[in-house]
Design a protein around this ligand. Structure first.
Ligand code: ARG
Length: 263
C-alpha cells in the first residue's frame, strides 16, 4: 500500500475512533465514589436479545446497534464523525453473543445521521445494510414506540452491550445485560439542566453501580418487546448513584425513522 493511502487510512481510523469514544458521550464528574461495574450487569446471550448488533470498524467493536428490519439498523449519531468512515470496513455483526467471534458480518451501505444532531441532541442514526439479514432465533427486529408515546417513569428497562464492564479499558467479550429503572424527564432535567432535552430520557439504578458505559453507545434500552432508548451519554465514571445514564428517546423519532425506512 502506498504511503499516502496509509496516512489517510490511519487518520480515518483515528478520527472515527475518537469520535466514537469522546464528547458528547461523557460528562466528567469529579470525586464520585461508586462501584463501577454495562457496569453491574450479567452475561447474556443473543437468543435473549436477537435484535442486538455489534457495529464494527475494521472488525473492532465500536458501538451497539439494533435490528429494525432486514435492511435497517438503529444506532447513535455520535458513533460517527462528521464524515463517513471507509464504508468497506464498516460492518454490523449479527447473531453472536461475542463481539469478537461467530455470527455474521454485514456491510453497511448508508449511514443516515439525524439532520439536527448537535452536541447531545438528536443522537440517532440509521444504518442501511448492503445485504438483507436473514431472520432466525438469533436475528429478529425490535419494535419501536409510536411517535411521542408517553413513557412511564419508574419502570424496568434492560440495557445491553459489549461496552466496558468497569471504568477501565476493556470491552466485554460476552454480551452483557443490566436492568435499570426509567426516570421522569423532570428529574433528569433538574439533574442535567440544559444538557438534557426532550429528545432524551434517563435510566439508572438507584444505588448506583449499574449503568451502560463506553462502547455501549448506539445500543438499545428495551422495555418488553420495544426499544425505548439508544445509549447516548452519561456520567464518567459510569454507574453513578446520582447521575443517571442518558438515552436518545426513540419515541421522539418514530416519524423520522418511518420517513427513511417505512417502518
Ligand atoms: N457514550 C458512550 C459510548 O460511547 C456511552 C456512555 C454511557 N455512559 C453512561 N454512564 N451511561 O459508548
Amino acid at each position: 500500500m502506498n504511503f499516502h493511502l496509509n496516512i489517510i487510512l490511519f487518520a480515518t481510523i483515528i478520527s472515527f475512533t475518537q469520535n466514537a469514544l469522546s464528547y458528547p458521550t461523557t460528562i466528567e464528574l469529579k470525586g464520585q465514589k461508586d462501584d463501577h461495574r454495562i457496569v453491574g450487569g450479567q452475561n447474556t446471550t443473543i437468543d435473549k436479545h436477537p435484535h442486538m448488533l455489534s457495529m464494527q470498524y475494521f472488525s473492532n467493536h465500536m458501538c451497539g446497534a439494533s435490528v429494525l428490519s432486514k435492511t435497517w439498523a438503529l444506532t447513535a449519531a455520535h458513533c460517527f464523525g462528521a464524515t463517513d468512515p471507509l464504508m468497506d470496513f464498516l460492518t454490523v455483526r449479527a447473531a453472536t453473543s461475542f463481539h469478537g467471534q461467530g455470527g455474521i458480518q454485514h456491510k453497511v451501505k448508508t449511514i443516515i445521521r439525524h439532520e439536527d444532531y448537535l452536541g447531545y441532541d438528536n443522537d440517532i442514526a440509521l444504518l442501511e445494510l448492503k445485504d438483507p439479514l436473514e431472520f432466525n432465533n438469533m436475528i429478529q427486529p425490535i419494535k419501536i414506540p409510536k411517535q411521542n408515546e408517553f413513557l412511564k417513569p419508574g419502570i424496568i428497562a434492560v440495557a445491553i452491550g459489549w461496552g466496558k464492564t468497569e471504568n477501565d479499558d476493556y470491552l466485554s467479550a460476552q454480551l452483557q445485560e443490566v436492568y435499570l429503572f426509567t426516570i421522569s424527564e423532570e428529574i433528569c432535567m433538574e439533574l442535567y439542566s440544559d444538557q438534557f432535552t426532550r429528545n432524551m430520557m434517563c435510566a439508572h439504578y438507584p444505588l448506583g453501580g449499574k449503568d451502560s458505559c463506553t462502547n455501549d453507545s448506539g445500543g438499545p434500552l428495551v422495555v418488553g418487546d420495544t426499544q425505548i432508548g439508544i445509549v447516548s451519554w452519561g456520567p464518567s465514571p459510569c454507574g453513578n448513584s446520582i447521575y443517571p445514564g442518558v438515552y436518545t428517546k426513540v419515541s421522539s423519532f418514530s416519524t423520522w425513522i418511518n420517513c427513511y425506512t417505512g417502518i
